[in-house]
Design a protein around this ligand. Structure first.
Ligand code: ADP
Ligand code: 5GP
Length: 192
C-alpha cells in the first residue's frame, strides 16, 4: 500500500524514552526524516554537535529567532530549544515523513501551523518509573532531575490533547506500537 508522508510530533516527559524510541524506530524505518533542533543547553558527553542538536549561544539563538529561522521555539527546563524551518522544509521537500521530538508547548504550536500534524505522546508507565529512568540515565544533576519531575506532572496532564498515546513500558512493545501508529496515519489518515 502506498504511504503518504506525514509530519509527526513526539513529546512526553523527560526520561519517558522518546530518544530511545525514535532511534529504535529509525533502525526499522531509515526513510523517516528527523530534524536536528537548535538549543542553548550545554552539550552532554554523548551529544554530537550538528547531529544531536545545533548548540547555540543565547545571543545566536535570539538572533535566529529575530531572523524568523524557527518554525517554533520554547523555553524548556530553563534552556531554549527550537525547530529550524530549514530542517523541516528540506525533509518535506524530499517527500519524507518527518518526526519532530519536541516539548508540549512546541507540539501545540506546530499543530497551529500544520493542522494535519499527528501529535503522539510518549508516556512512562508511572512517575516512579520515570524518575528511576531519569536517574538511571545519569545525565542530570539533582536540581535538573527535580525540575524535570515537576514539569512531568504538568506535561502528563496534557496527554489527552494528543492524537495518540504510546506507553513505554516494555521497550519492544512500545517500538511496535509507535511503528503501527506511524503506518496507520501514513496509509489511511489514522482512521482504522
Ligand atoms: P527521553 O528522550 O524521553 O528524555 P530517553 O530515551 O533518554 O528519554 O530514556 C531515558 C532512560 O530510560 C534512558 O537511560 C533509557 O535507556 C531508558 N529507557 C528508555 N525506554 C526504556 C524502557 N522501555 N524500559 C527501560 N528503560 C528505558
Ligand atoms: P534534552 O535536554 O533532554 O535533550 O531535551 C529536553 C526537552 O526539550 C525534551 O522534552 C525535548 O522534546 C525538548 N526539545 C528538543 N528539541 C526541541 C525543539 O526544537 N523545540 C521544542 N519546543 N522542544 C524541544
Amino acid at each position: 500500500m502506498s504511504r503518504k508522508p506525514r509530519l509527526f510530533v513526539i513529546s512526553g516527559p523527560s526520561g519517558a524514552g522518546k530518544g530511545t524510541l525514535v532511534s529504535a524506530i529509525r533502525e526499522e524505518r531509515p526513510d523517516l526524516g528527523l530534524t536536528v533542533s537548535a538549543t542553548t543547553r550545554p552539550p552532554r558527553p554523548h551529544d554530537v554537535p550538528g547531529v544531536t542538536y545545533h548548540f547555540l549561544s543565547d545571543e545566536e539563538f535570539d538572533r535566529r529567532v529575530a531572523n524568523g529561522d524557527f518554525l517554533e521555539w520554547a523555553d524548556v527546563h530553563g534552556h531554549k530549544y527550537g525547530t529550524l524551518r530549514s530542517e523541516v522544509d528540506r525533509l518535506i521537500d524530499a517527500g519524507k515523513s518527518v518526526i519532530l521530538e519536541i516539548d508540549v508547548q512546541g507540539a501545540f504550536n506546530v499543530r497551529r501551523i500544520y493542522p494535519d500534524a499527528v501529535l503522539i505522546f510518549i508516556e512512562p508507565p508511572s512517575l516512579e518509573v520515570l524518575e528511576r529512568r531519569l536517574r538511571g540515565r545519569g545525565t542530570e544533576d539533582e536540581a535538573s532531575i527535580e525540575l524535570r519531575m515537576r514539569n512531568a506532572r504538568h506535561e502528563m496532564e496534557l496527554a489527552d490533547r494528543y492524537d495518540e498515546r504510546v506507553v513505554n513500558d516494555d521497550l519492544a512493545k512500545a517500538v511496535g506500537d509507535l511503528g503501527d501508529v506511524l503506518k496507520r496515519y501514513e496509509t489511511d489518515g489514522g482512521n482504522s
